[in-house]
Design a protein around this ligand. Structure first.
Ligand SMILES: NC(=O)c1ccc[n+]([C@@H]2O[C@H](COP(=O)([O-])OP(=O)(O)OC[C@H]3O[C@@H](n4cnc5c(N)ncnc54)[C@H](OP(=O)(O)O)[C@@H]3O)[C@@H](O)[C@H]2O)c1
Length: 357
């Protein structure tokens, strides 16, 4: 009796893990499809969809290709004949929409095509979407898989939608002892040519780059980009500085920005940028501004380039400055998600841990 029970429990467990593995496999396929929309769907989320027939064969795939165009589920379902998906399973990395936007609700089409199971990566953070309830009310089984990965894929969308602020990535290039410049302000060059070329390419992936008056005055950088924001409370930067020679430029100063503790209110600047259609910001600055942004919880990710050099001078400038911390437990916790070797340097990409919450 006992042996029979165990056999039953084991086979149930094996079936469960087998199904989990299958679900993970197709959800990862959705992620890969979703990524194809990068650069064309924003500020919409990246979404991919895979459909299996009732026997478990892949019969259609789709992804959200362009802002305003069909959602991934509609894209995949419309490739099929009306009854082809009946009894099948639909995988999608974001909860299907239940409202009329630029396209009709995807849940209605899923219900109409008589799928029996929908596997979702993450619930939509858009409060108008409640596709899950509508699917369940129609008798469709709903399961979740790889939720953390699904949220990570659409972390920019989540930040934009929930906080109405751009997603902020801060870049810093430092020595192995965390210094970005000597005490005299000399910082050219800490990292290799290849690392700096990588920075030029990374900049292109953002809607805006942001820097400070101090960095403009000390380094006179070009920072070529279509849109730049310079924080310069007292308009101290020279108008013939290199940075002003190219691109659309927004200078945040005390004339157009509220102050907080006698400094520019950084959240107000980001909010202004968001309302002008800037959804991602790449910040390149020294330790003062980086520290202030970190303290205020305005940074979502840090790209840290580390060169195999040691300054060995406590008076050298640090990547982050400004907090008074006595205990290591009070450090800002980060999560590394990518490490890349670039010529002699390494690039570490980290997320502030709450990105996943
Ligand atoms: N290695 C690297 O990755 C890297 C990158 C950039 C710069 N650097 C180096 O960093 C050095 C400059 O660093 P830094 O610490 O002096 O300057 P910083 O961090 O670049 O900028 C500080 C300035 O930002 C402005 N700011 C605006 N709002 C602020 C707020 N709420 N809190 C704090 N600051 C705010 C203030 O200028 P206003 O009062 O004028 O607004 C402040 O003086 C330079 O030597 C440069 O070479 C290194």
């Amino acid at each position: 009796m006992r042996a029979n029970f165990n056999r039953f429990a084991v086979s149930k467990y094996l079936r469960y893990t087998w199904l989990m593995n299958i679900d993970e496999k197709y959800m990862r396929m959705c992620f890969a499809l979703a990524k194809r929309g990068k650069g064309r769907v924003e500020p919409n989320p990246l979404v991919g969809c895979v459909i299996l027939d009732k026997d478990g064969n892949v019969i259609s795939k789709g992804y959200h290709k362009k802002y305003g165009k069909n959602h991934a589920e509609r894209e995949a379902l419309l490739k099929l004949k009306c009854n082809e998906a009946e009894g099948g399973t639909l995988y999608v990395n974001l909860e299907p929409c239940s409202h009329y936007g630029k396209t009709p609700p995807c849940v209605d089409l899923i219900i109409e095509r008589k799928l029996t199971r929908v596997v979702i990566g993450m619930k939509d953070v858009n409060p108008v979407v409640d596709g899950i309830t509508k699917l369940k009310n129609a008798g469709i089984k709903v399961d979740f898989v790889l939720e953390k990965e699904a949220r990570f894929l659409n972390r920019i969308f989540i930040k934009n939608m929930t906080q109405k602020l751009p997603y902020v990535v801060l870049k810093t290039a430092c020595t192995m002892d965390g210094k970005i410049a000597t005490k005299t302000g000399d910082s050219k060059w800490i990292t290799s040519n290849k690392s700096r070329e990588e920075v030029y390419n990374i900049r292109k992936m953002f809607d805006c780059i942001m820097t400070s008056s101090n960095t403009v005055i000390s380094d006179n950088p070009k920072m070529e980009h279509k849109f730049k924001c310079i924080l310069d409370k007292d308009s101290r930067t020279e108008k013939n500085a290199q940075i002003y020679k190219q691109g659309n430029i927004y200078i945040a100063s005390k004339e157009n920005t509220p102050l907080k503790d006698n400094q520019l209110d950084l959240k107000a600047v980001l909010s202004y940028l968001y309302n002008r259609g800037i959804y991602t910001v790449f910040v390149e600055c020294g330790g003062t501004l980086a520290g202030a942004m970190l303290k205020e919880g305005l940074i979502d990710e840090i790209y840290q380039f580390i060169a195999p050099k040691i300054l060995n001078d406590n008076n050298g400038m640090s990547c982050f400055n400004g907090a008074q911390i006595d205990k290591i437990k009070d450090c800002k916790p980060l999560e590394i998600y990518e490490i890349k070797k670039i010529d002699t340097d390494i690039l570490i990409k980290t997320c502030i841990c709450n990105v996943f919450k």
